[in-house]
Design a protein around this ligand. Structure first.
Ligand SMILES: Cc1ncc(COP(=O)(O)O)c(C=O)c1O
Length: 377
């Protein structure tokens, strides 16, 4: 819905504000003629690791390959089972399938993240890893999940595609997992102008292995020590991401402020449930997702009033045709089943004005007021 009066996100406004910095950064790469990996990617890797208090960062060409790279480097292989939440984007599961392993789905908790209480029941003798997705920008309950993976000798991977700079219990995401995978898809909190991704880890051996695998299994050019892939990051994307990274803390603060405006304006509406925030979490609000009664009608009303919205995600993984071959598709997921038809993502981006957010709130309020008044007739 590109012409909505209030867009779902506004990448153009952000670009225009950064244009001089971006042009200089891009020009630098163009004249350097080092277009893939090289010093610009190395500098971005250092800065992104530092921003999360992590020791190592491996830049890649997108979030999906980051997840695959991490699982591959950890030795996940055919026949292994990897546990992940039912309500994530398909890429989390695809990375598992790319290793020849089996994605095992688990229902979500009240924060829309993998339910730690349900992980243990899904563990079998074939389970090798758990992927915790920090959905919508709120960290999963990592200390509890870490305790489970540690007790069972499993790898823990964090899918942080939506959660740059998110915190839990005063620590950045990435503090618990063996590897933490990011996407810099343009609409993410830190977005490239094209495809890009990264993996953070505190394990230097794992970082080296991922660097080798991302570059055709080579430590030196034309010396291939293992079969790998081409998951290299482009220097242009690294240069753009370095500019944007220097604004990320400020944008994150803006997102938090916008989430609080929505919360204040919407929490009193009885037909709406605002997002639950764990007492130890400090989310970065990639998405602001409410649960709404009469979601379809509300969404149509918002569209009519010029407010763009989204659904994340309209069809959970267990109901996707791609999951038909897997056992998980046949199980039931009561939390996901009861919430999926109510989810509605509201406009959320750092430049959203207070006036725009107030308009979104007013349109939602007036919708339910008219529903209430009709029901009293
Ligand atoms: C939770 C999650 N995991 C993985 C990905 C995949 O990232 P990419 O699109 O960069 O491959 C995304 C991006 O949409 C995502 O939201």
């Amino acid at each position: 819905m590109p012409n909505a009066e209030i867009p779902f996100l506004d990448l153009k406004q952000q670009y225009l504000a950064l244009e001089p910095e971006i042009r200089t950064a891009v020009q630098g790469v163009l004249t350097s003629t080092q277009y893939i990996l090289g010093p610009e990617v190395r500098k971005f890797e250092e800065e992104f690791a530092l921003a999360h208090n992590a020791s190592h960062c491996v830049g890649t060409n997108n979030g999906t390959s980051s997840l695959h790279l991490a699982l591959w480097a950890l030795g996940i292989e055919a026949g292994d089972e990897v546990i992940l939440p039912v309500n994530t984007f398909i890429a989390t599961a695809e990375a598992v399938a790319l290793c020849g392993a089996i994605p095992v789905l688990v229902d979500h908790d009240e924060y829309f993240n993998i339910d730690p209480a349900r992980i243990e029941a899904a563990i079998t003798s074939k389970t090798k890893a758990v992927i915790a997705v920090h959905l919508y920008g709120q960290s999963a309950q990592m200390p509890q999940i870490k305790a489970i993976t540690k007790a069972h000798g499993l790898f823990l991977i964090e899918d942080a595609a939506q959660a740059h700079l998110a915190m839990f219990d005063g620590k950045f995401i990435g503090s618990w997992g063996d590897a933490t995978c990011f996407s810099f898809y343009p609409g993410k909190n830190l977005g490239a102008y094209g495809e890009a991704g990264a993996v953070l880890t505190s394990n230097s051996e794992l970082a080296e292995r991922m660097k080798t695998l991302r570059d055709h299994g080579s430590e030196q050019k034309y010396n291939h020590v293992m079969m790998g892939h081409n998951y290299r990051m482009e220097a242009l994307q690294a240069a753009i991401l370095r500019v944007k990274l220097s604004h990320l803390a400020e944008w994150t603060a803006n997102r938090r402020e916008r989430a609080s405006w929505y919360h204040e304006g919407l929490c009193a509406i009885s037909q709406i449930q605002c997002p639950n925030v764990h007492s130890l979490a400090n989310p970065v609000w990639h998405l602001y997702v409410i649960r709404a009664e009469q979601r379809e009608e509300l969404q149509a009303h918002l569209t009519k009033e010029g407010v763009a919205t989204g659904l994340h995600y309209p069809v959970p993984l267990n109901r996707q045709p791609a999951f038909a071959p897997y056992q998980s598709a046949k199980k039931s997921y009561p939390c996901s089943d009861s919430s999926v038809e109510k989810l509605l993502s509201l406009p959320m981006f750092p430049e959203l004005t207070e006036k725009q957010s107030q308009r979104v709130i007013n349109v939602i309020r007036s919708f339910y007021q008219s529903v209430d008044s009709k029901s009293q007739l």
